[in-house]
Design a protein around this ligand. Structure first.
Ligand code: SF4
Length: 216
């Protein structure tokens, strides 16, 4: 196609401009690019720069800022104290208060405390009521059926030392004569608030003895 003089001039001018200022493609920077070491790459350089250890600051905190370090025994103890499963059985009138504590008004579930009807998966025994010498072997058997670690709460005066029936020969003078007790709850009967307080004390005790090995 024939061009008019004006169009010819325009085309020539454009061509001249292209020749004088040739467009240079932007360099593609990649770690694989020849001639660029990984340590010079703008993204890699900060990570590959050797760290100068700062005194007073752990090296892993300098290498991995934001990381949290927690002892394993602390995690285990926190898990145990936050998921106590008391075995459900009552021996006398204290059991009524224990049942009331499980109800919605006091709501033990908010502490992770869930009543469990079997010793095989329970880790807390609440001895709630009078322990007779006839009943003591059954209490001991249930305790031994619970897996380790396990804890015992003696609820009320009867379980602690016989309470009002301490003069009777057929009443055990405290359940700690047959199984170890971790927390004693005073009262005849103790109120649900007292039982909740004993659970909080037991949780503190679990955290305190977290590093003790061989807790049975
Ligand atoms: S301590 Fe009092 S309320 Fe509890 S079982 Fe004994 S007599 Fe009953």
């Amino acid at each position: 196609m024939a061009l008019t003089p004006t169009e010819n001039t325009a085309v020539s001018a454009t061509t001249e401009t292209d020749v004088t200022t040739p467009s240079v493609p932007a360099p593609v920077i990649s770690p694989d690019s020849p001639g660029i070491a990984p340590s010079e790459h703008p993204l890699e350089a900060p990570r590959l720069t050797p760290i100068t250890p700062q005194p007073g600051k752990a090296l892993y905190r300098q290498l991995l800022p934001g990381i949290m370090q927690v002892p394993a025994d602390l995690l285990l103890a926190a898990s145990r104290k936050s998921s106590l499963w008391p075995m459900t059985f009552g021996l006398a009138c204290c059991a009524i208060e224990m049942i009331a504590t499980y109800m919605a008004h006091y709501d033990l579930d908010r502490f992770g405390i869930v009543p469990w009807p079997s010793p095989r998966q329970s880790d807390v025994m609440i001895v709630a009521g009078t322990v007779t010498k006839k009943m003591a072997p059954a209490v001991k058997l249930l305790y031994e059926q619970m897996p380790n670690p396990k804890w015992v709460i003696s609820m009320g005066a009867c379980a602690t030392n016989g309470g009002p029936y301490t003069r009777y020969d057929r009443v055990l003078q405290g359940v700690d004569k047959v199984i170890p007790v971790d927390v004693y709850v005073p009262g005849c009967p103790p109120r649900p608030e007292a039982l909740i307080d004993s659970f909080l004390a037991l949780q503190d005790q679990i955290m305190e003895e977290r590093s003790v090995e061989g807790r049975s």
